[in-house]
Design a protein around this ligand. Structure first.
Ligand SMILES: Cc1cc2nc3c(=O)[nH]c(=O)nc-3n(C[C@H](O)[C@H](O)[C@H](O)COP(=O)(O)OP(=O)(O)OC[C@H]3O[C@@H](n4cnc5c(N)ncnc54)[C@H](O)[C@@H]3O)c2cc1C
Length: 545
């Protein structure tokens, strides 16, 4: 019997997984609100890591593994990281075989760069648009399978909830934006590929389409979440009215220098403290150092030959020019840290299945490879690798079968949705979302304290308390309205994990517990039961650490 797989989210993780599933002869439904070309994955400019043939002298797959584990403060899953780094070259070859064109030098050898925390140059890139190029190639590949009837893509569909009974997931309830109704989709396996949690923080470097709602809702339905306190602040972003624009690590990879002005001089604070490789320290370290200067900091690449800037950093050049009229070939860029990536997410086993049978999580919404801090270029790799692992696992498993009747549950949720449309109160949904983002930014920054975290928890508890009498906001989508409670619950879980980890490690820095504690060198797991949150360290290694 042919197995059916439902994939939620069509960024690089969801799309590549759909293609892999179809390659195994599985029948896939791939749903998302917008086409893949609008997923956050297309913003990835810097590149994807792999140690490939002709690699930099001294580099090896072992170095890639060690850099990844060390960068993640030893919280990444060792066996999983090994699997990912060993498959990285095959992934690059596969991407080339479907039409992704990586940048090469005049001899046809891959041009690579080093991101922070990497001992060697191993980041492969496609000019300044790696994510876009990979998505384009995968879209083409997906169309082949769509023509064969193996992949069905549905747009205008949002995740609403899982169809879960007795710890088994049988499908998902989706919100159809066109008909404004809930539709059940049953499948042998459900794969969540919904990306990070940007909306918890309002303006970040990432896409507002990644709001964490699906992870939050599944958490409320029994899924365990992991390592939520580890949130990556990218050290070099440029403020604009709409969002924080990422000034790619590629700038520092090409020799860019961080400094602040003092008394007519430039103080190269990273080089002064960490030596010549100071500008290429990991993102957590640089973000904290920028924060510690308490000043306006700049990133300078203007000394590089203009032709090199034009060929290697055209996107950064154009973004700075377009949004802030800065000519990076002549002047430095004012930069500051901003929320950029979420190391935490759904807890998954080595096969990427969650604690709920039949429910998988891949890409940025899952927590596995990056531990307490992600290295640049490892996220695209993890997105594709995790999708491969999940697809291969589903292909070899027995068909689950067993039809379940969810009619009562669906009728109940339809009523809940209608109630939301009818409710009148003083709290419009968008106002609550803005309040939540303020709370998260103020209390869960680069430097955290018990006092801040407890204040944040208090605020979010209050917001959750008001959520039963929220005023439906007709100026935003129905999804934006119904997703609020899941997002707020996720925010509460993130703050709770951060409060629970009384040490500093990777991206989680506590000024009241400045050192790492050996006994806390385990992943954080959090679960939810009817309004209460339970946090534990994964000492028994239930989720491969
Ligand atoms: C500016 C920027 C630059 C980056 N550069 C790099 C880089 O150079 N190298 C690197 O390795 N990483 C980079 N990253 C990180 C990387 O882009 C992401 O981690 C990765 O693309 C995540 O892929 P994904 O498929 O998991 O998620 P996404 O690409 O975010 O896709 C998520 C999908 O889920 C859908 N979705 C979300 N919520 C719902 C819902 N409720 N219902 C239905 N669908 C939903 C979305 O619409 C989308 O289709 C960068 C990130 C940013 C923000």
């Amino acid at each position: 019997m042919m197995k059916n797989v439902l994939i939620i989210g069509s960024g690089i993780a969801g799309l590549s997984c759909a293609v892999r599933c179809a390659g195994h002869g599985l029948r896939v439904m791939l749903i998302s609100p917008y086409p893949s070309e609008r997923a956050q994955s297309v913003m990835a400019a810097g590149g994807i890591n792999a140690v490939t043939k002709g690699h930099e002298e001294g580099d090896s797959i072992e170095s890639h593994i060690e850099d990844t584990l060390k960068g993640g403060a030893m919280l990444g899953g060792r066996n999983a990281v090994e699997g990912m780094c060993r498959q990285a070259e095959d992934i690059i070859r596969y991407l080339e075989s479907i039409g992704t064109v990586f940048t090469v030098d005049e001899n046809g050898k891959p041009r690579t760069r080093a991101f922070g925390g990497q001992s060697h140059k191993r980041t492969h890139f496609c000019g300044a648009s790696t994510g876009k190029q990979i998505i384009s190639a995968l879209v083409m590949e997906s169309r082949r399978y769509e023509a064969m009837g193996l992949i069905t893509r549905k747009l205008g569909m949002d995740f609403y909830s899982g169809l879960i009974r007795d710890g088994v997931c049988y499908g998902a309830l989706l919100f159809n934006e066109g008909t404004k109704t809930l539709e059940p989709v049953y499948a042998d396996a459900v794969i969540l590929a919904t990306g990070g949690q940007n909306s918890l923080f309002g303006k970040t470097t990432g896409s507002i389409l990644c709001d964490g709602y699906a992870a939050g809702r599944l958490f409320m339905q029994g899924a365990v979440l992991k390592n939520l306190e580890f949130i990556q602040y990218h050290p070099t972003t440029l403020e604009t009215s709409q969002k924080r624009i990422l000034i790619s690590e590629a700038v520092r990879g090409e020799g860019g220098r961080l400094f602040y002005p003092e008394g007519g001089n430039r103080i190269y604070f990273m080089e002064d403290k960490y030596g010549p490789k100071g500008n290429l320290m990991t993102r957590d370290v640089i973000s904290r150092e920028i924060y510690a200067t308490g000043r306006e900091v700049f990133l300078d690449i203007s000394f590089l030959d203009k032709k090199l800037i034009d060929s290697r950093l055209p996107e950064v050049r154009d973004l700075c020019s377009k949004y802030r009229s800065i000519d990076i070939t002549r002047e430095p860029i004012p930069v500051s840290p901003s929320v950029h990536f979420f190391m935490g997410g759904l807890a998954v086993h080595m096969n990427h299945e969650t604690n709920i049978k039949g429910l998988y999580a891949i890409g940025e919404c899952a927590s596995m490879y990056h531990g307490a801090n992600r290295l640049g270029g490892n996220s695209l790799l993890a997105a594709i690798y995790s999708g491969n692992v999940a697809a291969d696992d589903i292909a070899k498993n027995e068909c689950r079968g067993g039809v379940q009747d969810f009619a009562n549950y669906i009728a109940h949720e339809k009523k809940e949705l209608e109630k939301l449309y009818d409710t009148k109160s003083a709290f419009p949904v968008m106002y609550m979302r803005d309040m939540l983002a303020e709370t998260m930014k103020n209390n869960l920054g680069i430097v955290r304290t018990e006092k801040n975290l407890k204040a944040g928890i208090g605020d979010v508890d209050e917001y959750i308390g008001t959520s039963t009498h929220l005023h439906y906001d007709a100026s935003v989508s129905a999804y934006t309205n119904y997703s609020l409670l899941g997002i707020m619950t996720l925010a509460r879980a993130v703050l709770t994990c951060a409060e629970h980890r009384k040490e500093s490690r990777g991206a989680h820095y506590r000024s009241d517990f400045k050192e790492s504690a050996d006994e806390l060198s385990h992943a954080t797991l959090i679960s939810y039961d009817d309004g209460s949150f339970t946090v534990n360290l994964d000492k028994g290694n239930a989720y491969e650490n």
